[in-house]
Design a protein around this ligand. Sequence first.
Ligand SMILES: Nc1ncnc2c1ncn2[C@@H]1O[C@H](COP(=O)(O)OP(=O)(O)O)[C@@H](O)[C@H]1O
Ligand SMILES: [Mg+2]
Length: 159
Amino acid sequence: MSWRRYGATAEDTKVAGEEFASVLRPGDVILLSGQLGAGKTTFAQGVARGLGVVERATSPTFTMVREHECVNDRGISTLHHADVYRVGSVAEVLDLAIGELVEESAVALVEWGEIASSVFGVDVMRVEFTIDENEGRTLAVTGALADGRSQELDRWAKR
Ligand SMILES: Nc1ncnc2c1ncn2[C@@H]1O[C@H](COP(=O)(O)OP(=O)(O)O)[C@@H](O)[C@H]1O
Ligand SMILES: [Mg+2]
């Protein structure tokens, strides 16, 4: 199955992320893919808003995983936001240990997730971003984890 949503503007894409938060449960790993500038970070900022991120943990420029504390009623207390664009190998992704980070009450969003997909296995959701000629973005959600959330994703895609 695949669920689609269109973001005509950056704010639309952010709102798509914000509302995507209601699909998420503790332990989820979401792989974001699409070319540079496709809207992955914009979407992640919306997810952060939807999960009630209250504090932006200070982090060095080259940290590839940022941790955000969340306040929401979904049982999700931490958002891990990773960008593995500069990662050179699958071994380096493993070193980031994102899978371990999400064990408990956390969720992970991984930009350039297609690079890391072999690390995370099949129990993930993928969000693929494509740019159209009018600067709009089409978001397509797929994956085994998505198939188990069809009700929530139907609602998300209808908006
Ligand atoms: N419909 C849209 N959705 C998302 N971003 C858009 C859209 N239209 C224009 N933009 C702009 O495109 C850029 C997307 O950047 P970003 O989210 O950092 O992409 P990525 O993380 O995929 O490289 C931002 O400057 C944003 O303002
Ligand atoms: Mg980005």
